[in-house]
Design a protein around this ligand. Structure first.
Ligand SMILES: [Zn+2]
Ligand SMILES: [Zn+2]
Length: 292
């Protein structure tokens, strides 16, 4: 593939999570870790928040590694009237640092999510479980509280044997304490990233579980809405999937990006920059994306 012809031996990671969402390292720790791992640039892309970005940028300036302000937004494909119903993740990269316009939208989404958690707790209380919102919030080191934290409290109080069991019995879609999420559409997600001066990229397309033809339809539609790239290089890809994603990128005229989806000790098998060991994201891809 032509993209690798510019491989200069310097690598980047454009998909990482800190304690601002569900990672285990603080933004500063993560940036230092990226630097010590020999990467030339790292993007912080926490779930639905840019709360860690400032700290990451400051640490980048201190250590000398390039840090890109980013975000990973969850959007829903359910309104597309396709045969499948899927959640999709969009990455946004704010090369000029001007990510402030996206704050309003993220704030609004957080408000909706904050309404969701108390409703889940209410359902659990009605089912006879002693669990409070305070206990759940105490489990979240950052400002994103989710079902994982609720599942943790259920486990620690002995109601379930594991976090998985909490999801399987109560919290997953269709289970008794499930409350559906209100989400942005893909077009809204792309628009808000663009309006904030960011570059929108489809995260880990292989995780959507779509057939090649379906994915092609989705990519074309996203591109029409303003999508600029796809994360063709990803920790969980098989070599065949990577080849297929690179091919799809070429066919649709989308830029190629890559990242590990590093979460620190939360996903211990995924190492920064290299994923499960064989991921390499050449620096040149960052340059191409920046020009998008
Ligand atoms: Zn994701
Ligand atoms: Zn991610």
């Amino acid at each position: 593939m032509t993209i690798f012809s510019e491989d200069n031996g310097r690598y980047v990671d454009l998909h990482t999570h800190s304690t601002a969402s569900d990672g285990s390292m603080t933004p500063a720790e993560l940036v230092r870790h990226a630097y010590e791992s020999g990467l030339s640039a790292v993007a912080l892309t926490d779930h639905d928040t840019v709360a860690g970005v400032e700290e990451a940028l400051e640490e980048g300036a201190r250590t000398g590694i390039e840090v890109i302000a980013g975000v990973e937004i969850s959007v829903s494909l359910s309104g597309w009237g396709m045969k499948f119903e899927n959640e999709m993740h969009l990455l946004g990269y704010f090369f000029d640092g001007g990510y402030e316009p996206i704050l309003t939208t993220l704030e609004e989404l957080r408000r909706r999510r904050e309404q969701r958690n108390p409703r889940v707790i209410e359902k659990l209380n009605e089912m006879g479980f002693d669990i409070t919102m305070e206990e759940v919030a105490a489990k979240a080191p950052g400002d994103v509280v989710g079902r994982g934290h609720i599942a943790k409290v259920l486990m620690e109080k002995g109601y379930t044997a594991s976090i998985d069991e909490g999801f399987e019995r109560f919290l997953a879609a269709g289970k008794p304490a499930y409350v559906s999420k209100e989400k942005l559409t893909p077009e809204q997600g792309i628009a808000v990233i663009l309006q904030s001066g960011g570059v929108p990229v489809l995260a880990h397309p292989v995780l959507m579980g779509l057939q090649r033809e379906q994915l092609m339809v989705v990519l074309k539609r996203l591109k029409a809405a303003g999508l600029r790239g796809i994360e063709a290089l990803y920790s969980e890809n098989s070599p065949e999937q990577t080849r297929e994603m690179l091919e799809l990128a070429e066919k649709t005229g989308l830029r190629v990006t890559g990242g590990s989806d590093f979460h620190g000790s939360i996903k211990p098998d995924i190492k920064i920059g290299v994923g499960r060991g064989d991921l390499r994201v050449p620096e040149c891809l960052l340059k191409i994306l920046r020009e998008a």
